[in-house]
Design a binder for this molecule. Structure first.
Ligand code: ASP
Ligand code: MG
Length: 404
């Protein structure tokens, strides 16, 4: 029998009618002869609402208590989905992350899964029940309730699919799949029917918001095929699968953009061994996740180092650099929060020369200045001004023949 993990995001369970639609879909999947484990997110924007409530109550937010608060959102969904299933005559039982055997470390608000003990879910399945699991949460070895970070229900679903050896993990959301670009920016964007894990990882890391990055990593590492699809139209969506030799690779699969980052530049840094290590150690120690690090050739014994950082961490990054400025003898610390990152992703780039040249030509023809560049074997990213990024995306999408 086919075992499917079906994950329903916040909009998919946004109100009573949506919850009944989800239950109906689960019931139909069961009737078609499959086994289902459902994973649910909190209804609509209720996680944000809970966070807002917390800040109205207090200016301090102990992480353990934040986790306890936020996990209630998913609990509401799981119980309601089970009730809707009961009305349809489908036997189901809800499980918190802890009851589902999701054991995490103690890093509250962004815990990592250490281990899954799926025996309770397996027993429920064996008894013919549909387990409905609260996403985004687990329990630490110290027996505290933890959460897996925003968007973490995707990780719950993939991790359970791996632990239960499910045939696939279906991620139901409010879009019909993964697109060749954000359709709100590029109306000509098309739905991708099948994409490899490596490409999907690059897309998730550079602004494609459909899947949480960690869930794609987990799926790749544990060989879980993902199917991203809509809970509004129920049509087939995008399969994210292991690359195989007979997958025909387009040179470019997708164009992504990200306006959530800012650039920090540490100017006139002495060009000697150890300076970069000192700077980036300090940034790592405050827990900052940096990207696109660029250093210029030294002139007169000094150089500039720039990097990008999520805008929400900008103040902390600048303060950390300023704190070290005297010690490392840097000339200046400056920042820019009006930049955007534009990326081309495609596994076919490995075997097709000239993609970078063509990208730069397209940008040049638009008069777009490139401020930073970084690449992987299947991605090229450029930092450009925020106000030209959308026009540049449409031009690139067209030039690389991705338009429908
Ligand atoms: N409810 C959580 C959030 O909004 C987890 C999730 O939806 O995946 O981030
Ligand atoms: Mg989500």
């Amino acid at each position: 029998m086919t075992l499917l993990v079906q994950k329903f995001g916040g909009t998919s369970v946004g109100d009573a009618q949506r919850i009944r639609a989800v239950a109906d879909h689960i019931a139909r999947t069961i009737k078609a002869g499959n086994q289902v484990v459902a994973v649910v997110s909190a209804m609509g924007r209720s996680t944000d609402d809970l966070l807002r409530l917390a800040s109205e109550v207090s200016s301090v937010r102990p992480a353990r208590e934040e986790d306890m608060l936020l996990t209630t959102g998913e609990r509401i969904s799981m119980a309601l989905v089970c009730m809707a299933l009961a009305e349809l005559g489908v036997k189901a039982a809800s499980f918190t992350g802890s009851q589902a055997g999701i054991i995490t470390d103690s890093d509250h608000t962004r815990a990592k899964i250490l281990e899954i003990r799926p025996d309770r879910l397996q027993e429920a399945l064996d008894e013919g029940l549909v387990p409905v699991v609260a996403g985004f949460q687990g329990v630490s070895r110290e027996r505290n309730i933890t959460t897996l970070g925003r968007g973490g229900s995707d990780v719950t679903a993939v991790a359970l699919a791996a632990a239960l050896h499910a045939d696939a993990c279906e991620i139901y959301t409010d879009v019909t799949g993964v697109f060749s670009a954000d359709p709100r920016v590029v109306p000509q964007a098309h739905k991708i029917s099948k994409v490899g894990f490596e490409e999907m990882l690059e897309m998730a890391a550079t602004g494609g918001r459909v899947l949480m990055l960690r869930s794609v990593e987990y799926a790749r590492n544990h060989h879980v095929p993902l199917h991203v699809r809509s809970s509004f139209t129920w049509e087939p969506g995008t399969w994210v699968v292991e690359e195989d030799e007979d997958m025909e690779h387009a040179v470019v699969t997708a164009v992504t953009h990200d306006t959530s980052e800012a650039k920090v530049t540490v100017g006139a840094v002495p060009d000697r061994p150890g300076v970069a290590a000192q700077l980036f150690r300090a940034l790592a120690d405050v827990g900052l996740n940096l990207d696109m690090i660029v250093q210029n050739t030294a002139e007169n014994g000094t150089t500039d180092i720039s990097f990008t950082v999520p805008k929400v961490n900008l103040a902390e990054a600048v303060a950390t650099c300023e704190g070290l400025q005297a010690e490392i003898g840097a000339g200046s610390v400056s920042f820019d929060d009006t930049m955007a990152r534009l990326s081309l992703i495609g596994a076919g780039m490995k075997s097709h020369p000239g993609v970078t040249a063509k990208m730069f030509e397209v940008l040049a023809a638009l008069g777009v200045n490139i401020e930073m560049i970084s690449t992987s074997s299947i991605r090229i990213s450029c930092v450009v001004r925020e106000d030209v990024v959308e026009e540049a995306m449409r031009a690139l999408h067209h030039a690389f023949e991705l338009d429908v």
